[in-house]
Design a protein around this ligand. Sequence first.
Ligand SMILES: NC(=O)c1ccc[n+]([C@@H]2O[C@H](COP(=O)([O-])OP(=O)(O)OC[C@H]3O[C@@H](n4cnc5c(N)ncnc54)[C@H](OP(=O)(O)O)[C@@H]3O)[C@@H](O)[C@H]2O)c1
Length: 265
Amino acid sequence: MLPADPVVLVIGATGYVGLETVRAAAETDHVQRVFAHVRPGSQSRQRLLDGLDLASDRIRIEECPLEEAALDDLLQRIGPTHIFLCHGTTAKRADREGVDGNPYEKVDLAITRQLVIAAARVEGDPGLGPRMVYLSSMGANPAARSPYLAARGQSEDVIRESGLPFTLCRAPLITGPDRPERRPGEVWGRRLLDPVLSVLGFLGMRRLRGRYTSMDARETAEGLVRSGFHYMTINRAVLGDELRRVGVYEKESWVPASRRDEPRF
Ligand SMILES: NC(=O)c1ccc[n+]([C@@H]2O[C@H](COP(=O)([O-])OP(=O)(O)OC[C@H]3O[C@@H](n4cnc5c(N)ncnc54)[C@H](OP(=O)(O)O)[C@@H]3O)[C@@H](O)[C@H]2O)c1
């Protein structure tokens, strides 16, 4: 069951997954309002304006710098019950924006940290702040060799140690023909990996297939929203097979009903 009238904030709402997350959250029953965050000067602002039904009184766009004082003000003002973190850079984009050093630490991890600090200051029920729903990645691990996966793992740790309720959604490759940006590496990853996983699934490795087969933004967003609102996914990581539209629960073959389940009279 959802808390009364959730108020959702989506960080990274101009992105491929973020925009779909705003839409999916706004379509969820009982959600009072969805705030789509856009950073000042974002090149993708227009994509957000074009992609959202702004006539809906459930959706608002919030432009705000990702800085401590501004975030504090924003969060105090809107009082989110759920914060979806869908931000992140790529090496290419960070280079274009003149980010020095490790882009995933400087952008992905740093923004997550700022949001966690601001969220922890939001007044709510005692001992309870907004639920942090983090779009992470399969393979996220602070000790990973890949700087991207290491920053994802470190971000997960920051959220886990924050004392806030959370759900860490470890998505597989997210790609689809509707991605506005050209990313040939992702397209080839999908073309090569998905057929292999499909064969492995046919041979019985269904969990592996469910966890690693690519997803598009819409399916990922639906998985984020479902997991982010569900009580069974609180304070734990959710893997690719749980994020899927037809997920692990639908595919599980349950044991036959026990005698306890039969009507007694
Ligand atoms: N693609 C995958 O296979 C995959 C899998 C698992 C997890 N993820 C992670 O999920 C996240 C979202 O994926 P996506 O495909 O939706 O990414 P995307 O389309 O590139 O969107 C990234 C979002 O982050 C924002 N952003 C980028 N650089 C920023 C900066 N320096 N400061 C503040 N905001 C910044 C963007 O804002 P602007 O529009 O203003 O630039 C945009 O809203 C990414 O971090 C990605 O690493 C991706």
